[in-house]
Ligand binder design. Structure first.
Ligand SMILES: [Zn+2]
Length: 685
C-alpha cells in the first residue's frame, strides 16, 4: 500500500468520556466504523474532549502498522501519527442569512447524493461540511527582519506554529508564564499526582507531598486557562544552545459569556455585542462557573485556593459545559512572547497565525464556522500588535478594557464597518486604539562639526612600590619611570548632521570613548580638561539637549523606584513610558515594576538606554552600546533604537565593537577609529 494514500473509513464517535480526556496532551477517541469495528485513536485530550458521542467522522489511516501492536482487548489502536481525522459539521444558520445561504446549499445537494442514506431532514443534511480535526494545525513560517533603509535581511528565524500536544509543550508554556510573575509567590500552573489525585500549585514539576515523589505528577492547567482553552505554540525550528525552544504561545478560548459596554460618558450599554453582531454568534459559550457559584463558594470555605477550587469544580462540570459550548466566535485569551524576543514583531505574527488557525480549524469547539476573533486586552492600548495584525478596536467593556475584533467572514466585516461608521464614539476613534506617543524631538538646529580634533593622553609610569621580582622583569624590558604620551585622536574631522545615526567602531582602547567624551563635553558644556581637545575645534548647535551614557562616567541615576516609575518620572506620559521601555527591550510587566537593582546586567543596560530616551533629548551618546546582550538581542534592540531615533529626529552617536549592532542600527555614517588614525564611511542611500 502506498504510504501517503492510506484508506478511509466512515464512522461515529462512541465510548466513554473518561478515556477521551486523560490529560491535555493525551486522550483516546473511540470510533465505531460503518463495518462495526472499534478504533481507538490516540490524540491529545484537548482535542478529543470536544468530540461528542454519535458525531460522524472520517478516519484516514496513513500507514500500515506493526502487527500485534494494534490490537489490545480486540480494539484497533491508531497512534498520534498514524491517521487523519475529519468530522462532519452541520452549519447552523442565522435567521438573517437563511435565504441567501439556502441558494448555496442547493449546490452542495448534488455532490452529496451518493451518500444519501441518512433519514435526516434535507435542510440539515445539506448544510453539512467536513472539518479536519487531527493531526493538529501546523504551519512553518520564515520570519525575517529587514533593514529599514535598504531592506536587506538583518536576521531570520524558521518558526513552526502548531497546537500544543505534548506534555513538554505545556511545561514550556508554564515556563514562559513564569517570566510574567517574577515573584515566586504567584504560581502559574496546577499539577496533579495521578497516584493519589492530590492537586498542587507550582511553577515547575513539584513533588507530591503524600507520595514523596514527582513520579506521578503531571501538569494539569496553566494559570488563567479553562478546560476549553487551546494553545498555539511558536517554536524555533533550528536554534542555538542559548535560544529557547518555544518563543511564545497564543491561548484560544470561546468568547466571554457576557459583555457590556462602558461609553466614554460612563454610561453602560448592556449586551453590546448582540446589538452589533448576530446574537447567535456568541452563544452558548463555555461558562461552568455561572451555574456553580455555590459549589465554588463551598470549596473556597474548605480553604482551598481559588485556582484549586476552580479546578475541582471543572472536574464536576466540564463535560456539560464543553458539550454546551457552540459559538461562532473565538477569543484570543492570552498572547505571551518570550521577553528576549518581544521587540521583534513576533506578537503580531503569533496573532496572525492564531487567526489562521481559528479560521481553518474552528477552534476551540470545532463545531461552527467562525465569524469573529475577539480580544479583550488592556495592553492593546500600549502595544499596537493586534491592530497591526488587522484587529479593529470597537469599544471598552464595563470594566474599562478595550475590545478588538478580527472579522473572518464578509458578514462580520460588514457589521464592523457599519458600527465604525454609525456609532457616535467609534466615528471618532475609527477603530484605532494605540497611538504612538513618543512623537518628535526638537531637532538639532545645525550640524555638529569637529575640525582637526587631537587628543593626547598622558600617563605617568611609576615604578615605586613594585616588588623586586617584578621590577627585575620590567628592567629586563628596559621599562623605566617615565611619562607616556599617546595621541589617541589626531586631526579628526567629522560632520554629524541633525537626525543622523553615527556608529563609532574600532578595537577597544582605540579612542572610541575619547571621541564620545569630547562630544559629551561640548554638548554638556563641561570644563574639565579631559573633555576638551588638545587641538582643534568642536562646534555644537545652540539648542543641543544631550543624554549621555558612558559607563562609569555618565549614567542615569536609579533609586528604589520601579523602572516604569523612573521612566514615567522623566517623560510624564505613561503611554510614552511603555513605548520607550518596549523599544529598549524591556517589554514585560515584571520588568516594568522591577527596581533597577533587581535587574540582570543586560536588563540594567537596557533600562539605562530607556532612561536616556525618556529625557527626550535631541542628541544621544552611548558608549559600548548593547555590550552585555547576546548577539540576537543586541541586534533587535539596536534596530528598534535606530528606528525610534529616525522617527523622532534624534541624533544618535554610539560606540560599538560589534558588527551586528552596527548593521542593525543602519547608521548614516561609520567613524572608524584606530590609534590616531580614522576614516569616515558614509552609507549609500
Ligand atoms: Zn501523590
Amino acid at each position: 500500500m502506498d504510504e501517503d494514500e492510506g484508506f478511509v473509513m466512515l464512522g461515529r464517535v462512541v465510548g466513554d468520556k473518561s478515556a477521551r480526556f486523560k490529560h491535555r496532551w493525551f486522550g483516546i477517541l473511540q470510533v465505531e466504523t460503518e463495518e462495526g469495528q472499534i478504533l481507538s485513536l490516540y490524540m491529545s485530550g484537548s482535542v478529543a474532549q470536544w468530540l461528542k458521542d454519535g458525531e460522524r467522522v472520517e478516519v484516514k489511516v496513513l500507514k500500515e502498522r506493526e502487527e500485534g501492536k494494534e490490537r489490545e482487548g480486540g480494539q484497533e489502536i491508531l497512534l498520534f501519527d498514524e491517521y487523519e481525522l475529519f468530522k462532519f459539521c452541520e452549519e447552523r444558520e442565522s435567521s438573517e442569512n437563511e435565504g441567501r445561504r439556502g441558494e448555496e446549499k442547493s449546490e452542495g445537494k448534488g455532490e452529496r447524493k451518493g451518500e444519501g442514506q441518512s433519514e435526516q431532514s434535507e435542510k440539515r443534511e445539506i448544510g453539512e461540511w467536513k472539518l479536519k480535526v487531527w493531526p493538529v494545525w501546523e504551519k512553518v513560517v520564515r520570519f525575517e527582519r529587514r533593514d529599514a533603509l535598504d531592506l536587506n535581511t538583518l536576521y531570520e528565524y524558521d518558526l513552526r506554529a502548531r497546537e500544543a500536544i505534548y506534555e513538554s509543550d505545556y511545561e514550556e508554556i508554564a515556563e514562559l508564564e513564569q517570566y510574567h510573575y517574577a515573584s515566586q509567590k504567584e504560581y502559574v500552573a496546577v499539577w496533579r499526582c495521578e497516584k493519589c489525585h492530590e492537586l498542587i500549585e507550582a511553577n515547575t514539576k513539584p513533588l507530591c507531598e503524600r507520595c514523596g515523589t514527582d513520579e506521578h505528577v503531571h501538569i494539569l492547567e496553566i494559570k488563567g486557562s479553562t478546560p476549553a482553552s487551546r494553545f498555539l505554540l511558536l517554536e524555533l525550528k533550528k536554534r542555538s544552545g542559548y535560544e529557547p525552544r518555544v518563543l511564545g504561545y497564543v491561548r484560544i478560548d470561546p468568547p466571554v459569556p457576557q459583555m457590556h459596554r462602558r461609553l466614554p460618558t460612563d454610561e453602560i450599554v448592556r449586551n453590546i455585542r448582540e446589538s452589533v453582531f448576530e446574537p447567535s454568534w456568541f452563544e452558548p459559550s463555555f461558562s461552568p462557573e455561572r451555574e456553580l457559584k455555590e459549589i465554588f463558594a463551598e470549596l473556597r470555605k474548605e480553604r482551598r485556593s481559588k485556582k484549586i477550587a476552580r479546578r475541582m469544580l471543572w472536574e464536576e462540570e466540564k463535560w456539560r459545559a464543553l458539550e454546551a459550548s457552540n459559538t461562532a466566535v473565538s477569543r484570543i485569551a492570552r498572547v505571551v512572547i518570550h521577553p528576549d524576543y518581544r521587540s521583534d514583531g513576533l506578537g503580531q505574527l503569533a496573532v496572525r497565525l492564531a487567526v489562521e488557525w481559528v479560521k481553518e480549524r474552528c477552534v476551540p469547539e470545532m463545531r461552527r464556522k467562525k465569524h469573529l476573533v475577539e480580544v479583550i486586552a488592556q495592553m492593546a492600548r500600549f502595544n499596537p500588535f493586534f491592530e497591526k495584525a488587522g484587529f479593529k478596536y470597537l469599544w471598552d467593556t464595563s470594566g474599562g478594557k478595550p475590545v478588538l475584533y478580527f472579522p473572518l467572514t464578509a458578514d462580520a466585516e460588514r457589521k464592523i464597518q457599519e458600527f465604525l461608521r454609525k456609532d457616535r464614539f467609534a466615528k471618532k476613534h475609527k477603530g484605532r486604539l494605540c497611538k504612538p506617543s513618543y512623537g518628535r524631538v526638537e531637532r538639532l538646529a545645525s550640524p555638529i562639526i569637529l575640525e582637526n580634533v587631537t587628543k593626547i593622553y598622558s600617563n605617568e609610569m611609576d615604578l615605586e612600590g613594585i616588588s623586586p621580582e617584578v621590577l627585575a622583569v620590567l628592567q629586563a624590558f628596559q621599562v623605566k619611570h617615565r611619562l607616556i604620551q599617546r595621541e589617541v585622536l589626531r586631526n579628526l574631522s567629522i560632520r554629524i548632521n541633525p537626525g543622523e545615526i553615527v556608529c563609532v567602531v574600532g578595537a577597544s582602547g582605540a579612542g572610541k570613548t575619547t571621541f564620545l567624551r569630547i562630544l559629551a563635553g561640548a554638548a554638556l558644556k563641561l570644563d574639565e580638561a579631559k573633555f576638551a581637545p588638545d587641538a582643534g575645534e568642536v562646534k555644537m548647535p545652540g539648542n543641543v539637549r544631550a543624554s549621555v551614557l558612558i559607563p562609569g562616567e555618565f549614567e542615569p541615576e536609579f533609586g528604589e523606584e520601579s523602572i516604569i516609575e523612573h521612566v514615567f518620572g522623566k517623560c510624564k506620559d505613561l503611554n510614552m513610558a511603555v513605548e520607550v521601555l518596549n523599544t529598549c527591550g524591556l517589554s514585560d510587566a515584571v520588568l516594568y515594576r522591577a527596581k533597577f537593582k533587581e535587574l540582570s546586567t543586560g536588563q540594567k543596560e537596557r533600562a539605562k538606554i530607556a532612561s536616556l530616551f525618556a529625557e527626550k533629548p535631541n542628541l544621544i551618546i552611548v558608549d559600548e552600546f548593547a555590550a552585555h546582550l547576546d548577539p540576537l538581542l543586541a541586534r533587535r534592540i539596536a534596530r528598534k533604537v535606530g528606528e525610534m531615533c529616525r522617527n523622532a529626529g534624534t541624533t544618535l552617536v554610539v560606540a560599538t565593537h560589534r558588527p551586528e549592532v552596527k548593521d542593525a542600527l543602519a547608521p548614516d555614517k561609520i567613524l572608524h577609529i584606530g590609534y590616531g588614525t580614522y576614516f569616515v564611511e558614509k552609507r549609500k542611500k
